[in-house]
Design a protein. Sequence first.
Length: 90
Amino acid sequence: MGCNYYLRYNICDKCGRHDEIHLGKASPGWKFLLQYNNGQYYTTWEEMKGWLLRMTLLGAEIVDEYNRRTTLKKFIRLVESKQSEKSRPH
């Protein structure tokens, strides 16, 4: 079973309301499936890393679908470590 990851931003420190952008999905035995988001924020993995760095410096968080936070460093390590695994069939 896979796990989706999101960037949570515009976080209200009083009520917890926030916005989210889907970053992608990690599944056992498969490459990390990055969410393209119609190229609205980034178009390559390198651009995505820079965008995530800027967003996290502004207070955004990376979370998984179980609401567990992860650091940018750990997220990058996860994505890059899975790139040697199988590709998902289209």
